[in-house]
Design a protein around this ligand. Structure first.
Ligand code: NAD
Ligand code: MG
Length: 409
């Protein structure tokens, strides 16, 4: 019986993880669950999965949950804030930690899990983008096992030889080139606006942007998919996880989302991982690793799929792709700045103050306004994240005022 902590249990990945775990009550036990402010959903999960620890972001929400837990006589400790998240990430009874918080908020708990030598199931891609080297170094030092949950990275991992390990290069794991890998083909659906009139992108609503053609996901990653920044973040994520340079990775638009990514070898072989677009497959893969187990995902009906299409990405329509590739090449704190500006721009779009087509400009201007420096410590990364958010908010503020003035005149 293995204990599991789920950071971000009320989100899309968190709920899928609980679904997979519920199919294997003889193998996994839920030790800790955490959420932002969703008291009711977390209470529901506490009733069903009986964790030892439940964590909410602020003390007020935690107090509400605590009262309910006590009233129902459940044996669950309720904590709040960073300290609570830290306890969930490092809980001695949970060797497996699912990192499924959205955004930079997941950085510290993910790092804490890595440092305490957990098997870390990494869905939360933003920490890898903003502080990839630091996470990888700490994982190596602590001997933590990192397993990618992002469907593309999980697919790439499955297409690499068994002896490849995400962390640590040595005689057994000599790196991609020595394993005969020529390049990685990172696939993406192209999102809901792949064929949308570019002129009309100014007027798309958050609801339209969040309606992904193939995947059901949280709002932030759905908007990232619509701008294709998700693929840009994934490019950086792949560079970190597989220790390769951005030139080794080609982005391929594949609207059906059946192939989840491919690896090309020097002999001309191209290995792909296929399956229905359902995150329970990578989640089950990483939970059971190195074995396999049932995930609840239905068989791929290859006859129904019938055809697979591929297109090069359109970086004119989706400038975020170029911004992310440039950032990956520059390195240092550039991806930290990119990620922070993107989170701010997406939040402004979701709250209705920023037009969809302004998101790339906000990120581009933030990157121009800040110099990239070596991301040599967590303090440097957190400072770059803070400064980039301040700058991005200023730029968003000016953009919003300019549009308001234009409407008035
Ligand atoms: P979501 O918005 O559905 O869920 C996010 C979870 O994090 C929720 O439990 C929420 O309560 C919690 N949370 C949010 N802000 C928080 C904060 N400030 N502090 C503490 N907890 C907080 O998001 P999701 O779609 O499940 O995505 C989670 C992560 O996984 C993201 O980084 C995303 O990029 C990545 N991912 C998701 C999918 C997917 O299919 N949903 C696929 C690949 C990668
Ligand atoms: Mg993905």
């Amino acid at each position: 019986m293995k204990g599991v902590s789920i950071l971000g249990s009320t989100g899309s990945i968190g709920v899928s993880t609980l679904d997979v775990i519920a199919r294997h009550p003889d193998r996994y036990r839920i030790v800790a669950l955490t959420a932002n402010r969703q008291v009711d959903r977390l209470l529901e999960q506490c009733r069903r999965y009986r964790p030892k620890l439940a964590v909410l972001k602020d003390e007020q929400s935690a107090q509400q949950l605590r009262q309910q837990i006590e009233a129902e006589g459940l044996d669950v400790t309720v904590q709040a804030g960073q300290e609570g998240l830290n306890q969930a990430a490092t809980h001695p009874e949970a060797p497996i930690v699912m990192a499924a918080i959205v955004g930079a908020a997941g950085l510290l708990p993910t790092l804490a899990a890595v440092k305490s030598t957990k098997q870390v199931l990494l869905a939360n891609k933003e920490p890898l983008v903003m502080a990839g080297d630091i996470i990888m170094q700490n994982a190596k030092q602590a001997g933590a096992v990192l397993l990618p949950i992002d469907s593309e990275h999980n697919a790439i991992y499955q297409c690499l030889p068994d002896r490849f390990e995400v962390v640590g290069q040595g005689p057994l794991n000599p790196g991609l080139a020595a394993l005969g890998v020529k390049r990685i083909l990172l696939t993406g659906s192209g999102g809901p606006f792949r064929t949308h009139d570019p002129q009309a992108l100014a007027n798309v609503t958050p609801a339209q942007a969040c309606k992904h053609p193939n995947w059901s996901m949280g709002p932030k990653i759905s908007v990232d998919s619509a701008t294709m920044m998700n693929k840009g973040l994934e490019l950086i994520e792949a560079c970190r996880l597989f220790a390769c340079s951005p030139e080794k990775i080609d982005i391929v638009v594949h609207p059906q989302s059946v192939i989840h990514s491919m690896v090309e070898y020097v002999d001309g072989s191209v290995l792909a991982q296929l399956g229905n677009p359902d995150m329970r497959t990578p989640i089950a893969h990483a939970l059971a690793w190195p074995k396999r187990m049932v995930s609840g995902v239905s068989s791929l009906d290859i006859f129904k799929v019938a055809r697979l299409d591929f297109e090069p990405p359109d970086s004119k329509r989706f400038p975020c792709l170029l911004l992310a590739r440039q950032s990956a090449t520059v390195g240092g704190t550039s991806p930290t700045i990119l990620n922070a500006a993107n989170e701010e721009a997406v939040a402004a779009f979701l709250s209705g103050v920023l037009a969809f087509d302004k998101i790339p400009a906000i990120i581009g201007q933030t990157l121009k306004g800040m110099a990239s420096i070596a991301a040599e410590s967590l303090e440097v990364v957190l400072e770059a994240d803070y400064q980039a958010r301040q700058l991005a908010r200023d730029i968003i503020g000016s953009a919003v005022i300019e549009i308001a003035n234009r409407h008035q005149s």
